[in-house]
Design a binder for this molecule. Structure first.
Ligand code: MLT
Length: 264
């Protein structure tokens, strides 16, 4: 596994001079390894990078992030460390929240955007109360408690019925994360600002993807987001819940490859 400075990441290189760089930002509470099936996008002529957000899939003593801005700063530092001037950012769920934060800080570094199973708005009061319950669950039962609570919500009914191995893999990825990283991400998510007012200012080509059975960020949220971003495309991933890249990687990859080839 490559590292540079404090950053752990996965990388796949294009066979010839790349057309550009695709940076994949993972969901909560997973890690860079959720993107293993997307590394094959390099075959379409892209350098593909998937960093861990701070603390994920790492040692227990790594200081956690406290805000989306912390994660955004890390993504920009990571790109700097690898001499990546600009990139297409693809964020799934929490990764999308991080992408919005990167856009606020360094829009000129983002030449394309894939927003998968995510939402622009901040947590509601009810959402914040749910985050507080999750912090208690984490203190009481660790990453295992969080995995037990989240897994049924993350995966669609079709995946739970037909593709049980996906659930096993997601559990394994969650359990590999130190509690501190999970705690930091919960704090970052519950304090994130509303990005809805920023949508109209997004100028780069944008693809929105959502699982047809996504119960966490349902398709209607993506439809609203599409209306807010000029020229954004929307693709629904059939038979998938919230983790569309893991549940239907072939459909997800085909949509992203077509976007990279035709729009960026
Ligand atoms: C995620 O998949 O990253 C989380 O479900 C996002 C959230 O809890 O808001």
């Amino acid at each position: 596994m490559p590292t540079i400075g404090p950053f752990r990441y996965l990388e796949a290189a294009a066979s010839s001079r790349p057309r550009g760089t695709l940076v994949l930002l993972h969901a909560f509470p997973l890690s860079k390894r959720m993107w293993e099936s997307q590394l094959s996008l390099a075959a379409h002529g892209w350098r593909v990078l998937a960093p861990d957000l701070r603390g994920f899939d790492g040692p227990a003593d790594e200081p956690p992030a406290a805000s989306m801005d912390d994660y955004a700063g890390d993504v920009i530092d990571f790109m700097d460390a690898l001499h990546v001037r600009d990139a297409v950012l693809a964020g799934l769920s929490m990764g999308g929240y991080v992408a919005f934060a990167v856009l606020r800080h360094a829009a000129s570094r983002v030449v394309g955007l894939v927003l998968a199973d995510t939402r622009p708005d901040a947590d509601t009061a009810e959402g914040v109360a749910g985050r507080r319950r999750m912090l208690t669950l984490l203190d009481d039962k660790g990453a295992r408690g969080v995995a037990d609570d989240m897994l049924p919500k993350l995966l669609g009914a079709t995946t739970r019925e037909l593709r049980p191995a996906v659930g096993d893999r997601v559990r394994e990825l969650i359990l590999a994360n130190p509690p501190g990283a999970i705690r930091g991400a919960i704090h970052a998510m519950m304090s994130r600002p509303d990005s809805t007012p920023d949508l109209a200012g997004i100028r780069c080509p944008t693809l929105i993807l959502v699982g047809s059975e996504d119960a966490v960020t349902p398709p209607v949220v993506s439809e609203h987001m599409q209306r807010g971003i000029a020229g954004a495309e929307l693709a629904v991933v059939p038979g998938s819940g919230h983790l569309s890249n893991l549940e239907r990687p072939e459909v997800f990859n085909a949509a992203v490859a077509a976007f990279l080839t035709n729009r960026v």
